[in-house]
Ligand binder design. Structure first.
Ligand SMILES: Nc1nc2c([nH]c(=O)n2[C@H]2C[C@H](O)[C@@H](COP(=O)(O)OP(=O)(O)OP(=O)(O)O)O2)c(=O)[nH]1
Length: 133
């Protein structure tokens, strides 16, 4: 069986109900595609701790585990791995998201979510999120 790749992802939702999407920079796998902020879950790390860390590293914002609500997950073959990715929603954080890792950021209205170019694992998640918001 392919090795599991555990990744935690987060839909940040602003007061207007828009979702923050990030465009993967050149040089990374899946470059140019729009994704939810997040990243790999480290050994001995909970998904929530991984997200709090990644949101700080990638976007310079602070949040906490109690502000992260799990809403869906993706389970998808991805190259030599099998990606297992829980998606959380977060509506409460401190700071203004800034692209610290060369990524492009965009606040996206619910109806525009599913029209974006995304990794295959994200497509069903975007549809679920649109229906939820
Ligand atoms: N963050 C994130 N990763 C996603 C999404 N959809 C999707 O297929 N992925 C995949 C792409 C990568 O193979 C993996 C996440 O790896 P990453 O490279 O962003 O994670 P990281 O920040 O921990 O990376 P690094 O330290 O290895 O550079 O999950 C998504 O919506 N958000």
């Amino acid at each position: 069986m392919a090795k599991l790749l555990l990744v935690a992802a987060c839909a940040l939702i602003d007061r207007d109900g828009r979702v923050l999407m990030a465009r993967r920079p050149e040089g990374k796998p899946l470059a140019g595609l729009w994704e939810f902020p997040g990243g790999k879950i480290g050994n001995d790390e909970t998904p929530e701790a991984a997200l709090v860390r990644e949101l700080k590293e990638e976007l310079a914002i602070d949040t906490e585990a109690s502000c992260l609500a799990p809403v869906a997950f993706a389970s998808q073959a991805s190259g030599e791995f099998h990606l297992l990715m829980p998606l959380y929603v977060c509506r409460k954080w401190q700071g203004v998201p800034r692209p610290l890792e060369g990524q492009e950021l965009k606040w996206v209205r619910r109806d525009a979510l599913t029209g974006m170019d995304m990794p295959p694992a994200d497509r069903p998640l975007a549809a679920q999120l649109r229906d939820m918001l």
